[in-house]
Design a protein around this ligand. Sequence first.
Ligand SMILES: O=c1ccn([C@@H]2O[C@H](COP(=O)(O)OP(=O)(O)O[C@H]3O[C@@H](CO)[C@H](O)[C@H]3O)[C@@H](O)[C@H]2O)c(=O)[nH]1
Ligand code: MN
Length: 355
Amino acid sequence: MATVPLKDELDIVIPTIRNLDFLEMWRPFFEQYHLIIVQDGDPSKTIKVPDGFDYELYNRNDINKILGPRASCISFKDSACRCFGYMVSKKKYIFTIDDDCFVAKDPSGKDINALEQHIKNLLCPSTPYFFNTLYDPFRDGADFVRGYPFSLREGVSTAVSHGLWLNIPDYDAPTQLVKPLERNTRYVDTVLTIPKGTLFPMCGMNLAFDRDLIGPAMYFGLMGDGQPIGRYDDMWAGWCCKVICDHLGLGIKTGLPYIYHSKASNPFVNLKKEYNGIFWQEEIIPFFQQMNLSKESTTVQKCYVEMAKQVNEKLGKIDPYFVKLADAMVTWIEAWDELNPPTKDSAKATNAASK
Ligand SMILES: O=c1ccn([C@@H]2O[C@H](COP(=O)(O)OP(=O)(O)O[C@H]3O[C@@H](CO)[C@H](O)[C@H]3O)[C@@H](O)[C@H]2O)c(=O)[nH]1
Ligand SMILES: [Mn+2]
């Protein structure tokens, strides 16, 4: 029986408003793993899950029941709701995928096991402090090149593995509008560590991470129903995570694996959701680029709460939305800690880190 990597240490989180027939194509790769399905929208709708999958499903009623008043921090009618799945999981690793993402083929025509590649990425160190020009030095057939400091070759733990997409690329609405027929057919065979001090636009449709290392920072914000912004859920989480990973000495990788993204959402609907984000991000990005976290912030939770305070103080001036978002970030941490009380080991690790 082939070993299934991290079978009992990884959950697959899927946000959905549709039936999950897409799982049929992923069955050979996903069937051995536990799924956490976060049903968005109308909780009275029944979501059909193909037979043979081991899953738990949460709709809005479940979220309200489990979190009580703190459910206000979980978005409604936006894929941001998926972060509830990260919070209720009890596993060390998470892989999250959209329900319009299918198995892609590599240039040789072989089906890509995206989950296996994410696991490889997460179990291999990252190299954020010095760029290796031959790309991923831990890859078979590659290594650190001449001039790469030996003191840096051990690398750091990898917290996030960010995969890419063939066919429909993750473009913003304006780009989608001017290039409606553009399809990504380019398969770039590499995995890169995103250098320390550099932000990136994290897309949530093909993403894996280590919950123990960065889980509490994977909050996808206040988006969708009742909010002035949408489709910036994954971006926000990615900016928060990258600043915290840089502060705590963790790595984030992007590149392989590819999935096949099949559905282009409506660019006009997307433009309405994204409008404020496109405008505000010109101030949000410098805010994250200039952010300093104190040395007392030795855990993700402490970093995140310190970050929320700065969001309130510095971004609150842009729009009252950021005051609400800062409060929701703290609520998220409170809910996370309530559902994930520190174990003896993690408490020991935190004490060691704070010395
Ligand atoms: O209100 C909603 C809408 C969608 N979902 C689920 O979320 C994912 C993504 O939905 P969709 O594929 O329609 O969205 P895209 O425009 O392709 O991608 C955006 O979603 C984020 C990436 O995940 C990011 O903001 C954009 O890339 C599907 O599983 C839907 O079922 C939802 O839960 N609620
Ligand atoms: Mn999609």
